[in-house]
Design a protein around this ligand. Structure first.
Ligand code: ADP
Ligand code: ZN
Ligand code: ZN
Length: 739
């Protein structure tokens, strides 16, 4: 009898599978790829995923060990998901076992059963009516009953919070016999005529054209880019396409960027549809994540909404994939498996043969390029939906003007005027804390992080100096550590300082700060948003957390305090990122009937990119930026991979990269380089970070195929390299951040 060899992916960085014998008494037919196995590994046990069943192994017979047990009777992963993981591991040159660890819910990796648990459902009693006199003085119960009535199959207990239903309100209804609770495993099948819980908006002609194009493509793979200015009603287009998908009995997967906007976006979908929605974002716990994953896999969820990793959610009846804000950098994972969820979603759409829609007001240059060369269908929304007008831009040259905590006198005037008119103001500054550094006026000492090549930020409120790169914190000194002078001055302005100054300048109006520090407490963001939504004049000061997706109808002035960073940076993507940020922040202005104004302070107010962006808009900017990329042979016209290394001792990382570079050049000589170039190694732009010395080596290639041929051979060589043991190294295919 031939041996049964189980080839297993284990959570290990090594780019290989591990061979095991079948447990005694089991036959080849007992195994299908995707099943989880418990196997001995060294002196421990591990849980791995079966990838192949074979009858021979390179490992000598006597050395093979049997797997301990099989955790599943059938594969918990559908074959399409396993195929996607295989593709991902191959493309990003990452270990398959580790890829699966990133792709699967934590509890599955820990061996939990891959079956849905029972859940409680709240249901309106058949003849309960919100107008019932018993609810006359109970407005919350009336509202709750109305919400329940919109969901004839009931509302799962886990969905109460997103639907803004309180448990004690429902319990009061239960006590009155006006609501009931059921416990069941599977949610019942949907009745397809009842998908809409709320009427659809009539589409304007541009929306209609975009909708029609995708609608005509339902049922097969095609990638569309929906390039629609902020407020043009992209979400309404998504919603109507999702409705079609549901009516066809299929599921829709919606990816959203990683911001604390999850609940808000979710509410828009939950209010529109009487559908089962599975939510997968960073705030859901491991149990909820597993349940959501299972419900999507089993076809018990109709709409799956989530951030980056939700891309790996299996679907029983896939019908449509939507990537909202496709340009957002949170779709790229910056650690471990460095995948790009948008790019993988396109691969997945192709594998599952479903359409995919990428939406953004500020498309990435990669997607813009693909729309131009015809790979994606380009759908344009140039006008704001409804009555809203596009914002007007003003570039304010601050070269020779005094800056008062970052705010120039003309800007102060404009803010004052806006508030007096009863409107709201948004002040954007992409730097949290009080000031970017502390300076000794006597001797020139600057506060620096002891572990990084970086300045520490002054946090006045907490009296600390903090490093935003490694998390180092120290008490703010009273005297200069070098010369003992007490004349220490914060230099430059962060959100804390702008907030403090605006409070002094406009004492009669509330100033609300929105950044990672002010929203760290749970619900802090909700409280801030609630204040803004009351609509009274106020000033919002914040970082890019303010830039994304929010709808502030009363904001008519957006001020961008400093647009210069993106024009100076050494990173070739900096101008693209700056333009996206400006347009997204500007998009918060004038989203209702009052037109909006955007004032951009800059020392380079006449910079051609800034002029083009503000006068002709993002799409014209993108054309220009793409042609610059073409002449410089930068992505998307070439392809990059970045090998990073870091070590405790100076020189170690470069030593490793030197050897790596030599190996690559040797390989290229032997196998034909096809224009692949090795750039470096060089020290990283921030050479020391969190106490480690960092260096990098960039590989640039005119074609993806030649790049990947090199990478595949090279990674196996690097795994063997002894100098690699003393350093931490990683490969980043299609890096977004070159730092
Ligand atoms: P985007 O996602 O493109 O920024 P939204 O979908 O948030 O835009 O739409 C902006 C505003 O316009 C929302 O308040 C939305 O309700 C409204 N809106 C969208 N489509 C229409 C339409 N066809 N008619 C009227 N209002 C619309
Ligand atoms: Zn000093
Ligand atoms: Zn640091």
């Amino acid at each position: 009898m031939p041996a049964i060899i189980l080839r297993v992916a284990l959570p290990s960085p090594l780019r290989r599978l591990f061979d095991y014998l079948a447990p005694p008494g089991m036959a080849a037919g007992d195994f299908t790829p995707g099943m989880r196995l418990r196997v001995p590994f060294g002196r421990r046990e591990m849980i791995g995923v079966l990838v192949e069943v074979g009858d021979s192994s390179d490992v000598p017979e006597g050395k093979l060990r049997p797997a301990s047990s099989r955790l599943d009777n059938e594969s918990p992963l559908p074959p399409s998901l396993l195929a996607l993981c295989l593709w991902t591991a191959q493309y990003y040159q990452h270990s398959l076992g580790d890829t699966l660890s990133w792709a699967l819910p934590v509890l599955l990796r820990q061996g939990e059963p891959a079956q849905a648990r029972q859940e409680r459902y709240w249901i309106a009693a058949p003849n309960a009516r919100p107008e019932d006199p018993r609810l006359k003085n109970a407005p919350r119960q009336r509202e709750a009953l109305a919400t329940l009535a919109q969901h004839p199959h009931g509302v799962a207990h886990s969905q109460l919070t997103p639907l803004q239903l309180a448990k004690n309100t429902l319990e009061s209804l239960l006590a009155k016999g006006m609501a009931a609770v059921e416990t069941r495993t599977q949610r019942p099948p949907q009745r397809h005529e009842h998908w809409l819980a709320q009427p659809q908006l009539p589409l304007n002609p541009e929306q209609q054209a975009a909708y029609q194009a995708v609608h005509a493509g339902l049922g097969r793979y095609h990638c569309f880019l929906l390039a629609g200015v902020t407020g043009s009603g992209k979400t309404e287009v998504y919603l109507q396409l999702i409705h079609d998908t549901l009516r066809a009995g299929k599921q829709a997967l919606v990816l959203i960027p990683e911001i604390n906007l999850g609940p808000q976006t979710f509410a828009r979908f939950a209010q529109r549809f009487n559908a089962r929605i599975a939510l997968l974002h960073s705030a859901v716990n491991d149990r909820e994540r597993l349940e959501a994953w299972l419900s999507a896999r089993d076809g018990d969820a109709d709409i799956i909404i989530g951030t980056r990793s939700a891309l790996f959610t299996p679907m029983k009846r896939p019908g449509l994939i939507i990537i909202d804000e496709e340009h957002d950098s949170s779709y790229k994972q910056q650690e471990g498996l460095r995948y790009h969820a948008r790019d993988l979603a396109i691969v997945r759409a192709r594998q599952e043969n479903v359409p995919i829609l990428l939406g953004s007001a500020t498309p990435s240059l990669e997607s813009w390029h693909n729309a131009y060369n015809g790979r994606y269908g380009l759908l344009h929304l140039q006008q704001r939906a409804g009555l809203a007008q596009p914002p007007r831009y003003l570039r304010l040259d601050v070269k020779s003007r005094p800056l008062d905590s970052g705010i120039s006198p003309p800007l102060q005037q404009a803010i004052g005027q806006t508030l007096e008119q009863g409107h709201q103001v948004l002040v954007f500054l992409n730097r949290r804390g009080f000031a970017p550094t502390l300076l000794c006026h006597e001797c020139g000492w600057l506060s620096e992080c002891p572990r990084c090549d970086a300045r520490t930020t002054v946090h006045q409120r907490s009296g600390e100096l903090r490093c935003h790169h490694c998390g180092h914190v120290e008490i703010k000194p009273r005297a200069c550590p070098k010369c003992r002078s007490v004349d220490l001055r914060p230099v430059g302005a962060g959100t804390e300082r702008a907030e403090e100054r605006l409070q002094v300048l406009f004492p009669q109006y509330p100033v609300l700060r929105v950044d990672r520090d002010s929203t760290a407490r749970k619900q802090a963001m909700e409280a801030l948003l609630a204040t803004v939504n009351r609509g009274e004049p106020c000033i919002l000061v914040g970082t890019q957390m303010l830039a994304k997706g929010h709808h502030f109808p009363r904001v008519t002035l957006v001020a961008i305090l400093d647009a210069d960073g993106g024009l100076f940076s050494a990173d070739f993507r900096a101008p693209e990122r700056m333009a996206q940020l400006i347009v997204q922040v500007a998009g918060r202005a004038g989203r209702a009937e009052n037109p909006g104004r955007v004032i951009i302070q800059s020392h380079l107010a006449d910079h051609p990119l800034l002029v083009q962006l503000t006068e002709q808009g993002y799409f014209a900017f993108a054309d220009q930026a793409l042609s610059d990329r073409r002449s410089a042979s930068l992505p998307p016209f070439t392809h990059l991979a970045l090998l990073r290394a870091e070590a405790h001792k100076p020189g170690q990382a470069e030593g490793f990269l030197d050897q790596a570079c030599a190996l690559a050049e040797q390989w290229l000589q032997q196998h034909g380089g096809e224009g692949v170039e090795m750039l470096g190694p060089v020290p990283a732009p921030m050479e020391r970070r969190a106490g480690r010395y960092r260096a990098q080596l960039l590989v640039q290639a005119p074609a993806r195929a030649s790049l990947h041929r090199l990478l595949a051979a090279w990674m196996l060589q690097l795994e063997q390299l002894p100098s690699g043991r003393a350093v931490r190294w990683s490969l980043d295919v299609d890096p977004v951040d070159l730092f």
